[in-house]
Write a protein that binds this ligand. Structure first.
Ligand code: GDP
Length: 307
């Protein structure tokens, strides 16, 4: 991830080094290069425009002209602006004052929601929480089983329709077949059994789909989640932006999870989704294994890009 973008920006800054002063032409050339590098990395055009405008505004100002080392100052500005478009400060999960905290996962099919449910569950359990996974993806025949497998590997119980909760504590199956009711029952079950966090896995299609979007909105309305995490495959490039916008409008979300950051994506999704939705990236998923998951730190990611 970001290897090409990183190389391109490094090369751009290298040609600035050693210059005592930066002429207007130097600044123009640098901004042009940054713009091209971002576009080639699949960053959405409006985000690129906004980003380069900010860089221009700051580089033509006194910040750079009065700096002892103008090139270094430009790098500093780009670093700060990169942190900004990656969401600024590290954004941590918001826990409910009155448990259970409800976290709903939304996104396209194959984005990595079910895997994330396991990762998040395991991560929370390791921090002393008592999470419960809720199987509200009833669209794919295999989805409930897949969540149960993930839950078992994560050491986190799964509330599913029909079968109740795994680990043999059966619940009456009133919610069979209705994902909204399963979600509602799952939250009630968690409250009853003192699970302090509920993670609701929801259905997705390969493309944005009105009916499923409505279902996700209904699940949200029925469970009033503390966090709605939009899970997006970093490999889908520019499509990440249109998908994110559709989910923002159709369901609404409070944070973004970038999955498959271990792939050779060019990084555009990561840099665009925050810019177009205004919601921060909270977690990064970096592999198929449950432990390949981390809190997303915009500053560390920016440093990696400008390394
Ligand atoms: P869902 O349809 O949104 O629930 O997506 P899944 O969780 O089923 O994931 C779809 C596929 O992507 C599965 O084969 C996962 O193993 C894989 N996957 C999920 N997250 C990651 C990740 O961070 N990196 C990689 N390489 N694969 C992932």
């Amino acid at each position: 991830m970001f290897a090409t973008l990183s190389d391109r920006l490094t090369a751009t800054f290298k040609s600035l080094r050693g210059k005592g002063r930066l002429s207007e032409a130097d600044v123009d050339a640098t901004i042009r290069e940054i713009r091209r590098a971002l576009l080639d990395a699949d960053v959405a055009l409006p985000v690129v425009k906004q980003f380069t405008a900010r860089i221009r505004e700051r580089t033509v100002g006194t910040e750079v002209s009065q700096a002892l080392n103008p090139a270094q100052q430009v790098v500093k500005i780009v670093n700060e602006e990169l942190i900004g478009i990656l969401g600024g400060e590290t954004r941590r999960l918001r826990f409910a004052k009155n448990p259970p905290t409800v976290i709903m996962l939304a996104g396209l099919q194959g984005a990595g929601k079910t895997t994330l449910a396991g990762k998040l569950g395991r991560w929370l359990r390791e921090q002393g929480h008592t999470p419960l996974l809720v199987a509200s993806d009833l669209q794919r025949p295999n989805a409930v089983t897949q969540l149960e497998v993930v839950g078992e590997r994560a050491g986190v119980p799964v509330f599913a329709p029909e079968r109740g909760v795994s680990e043999g504590q059966g619940v009456s199956g009133t919610s069979q077949g209705d994902p909204v009711q399963v979600a509602r029952d799952g939250v009630a079950f968690a409250r009853d059994k003192h699970h302090d966090v509920v993670i609701i896995d929801t259905a997705g299609r390969l493309g944005v789909d009105g009916e499923l979007m409505q279902q996700a909105a209904d699940i949200k309305a029925a469970t009033s989640p503390d966090e709605v995490l939009f899970v997006v495959d970093a490999m889908i490039g520019q499509d990440a932006v249109t998908t994110a916008m559709a989910f923002m409008e159709g369901v609404g979300f409070t944070g973004v999870v970038l999955s498959k950051l271990d792939g050779d994506a060019r990084g555009g999704a990561a840099l665009s989704v925050v810019g177009v939705t205004g919601q921060p990236v909270m977690f990064a998923s970096t592999g198929e294994k449950l432990e390949e998951f981390e809190l997303f730190h915009p500053d560390r990611m920016a440093s990696r890009i400008l390394d």
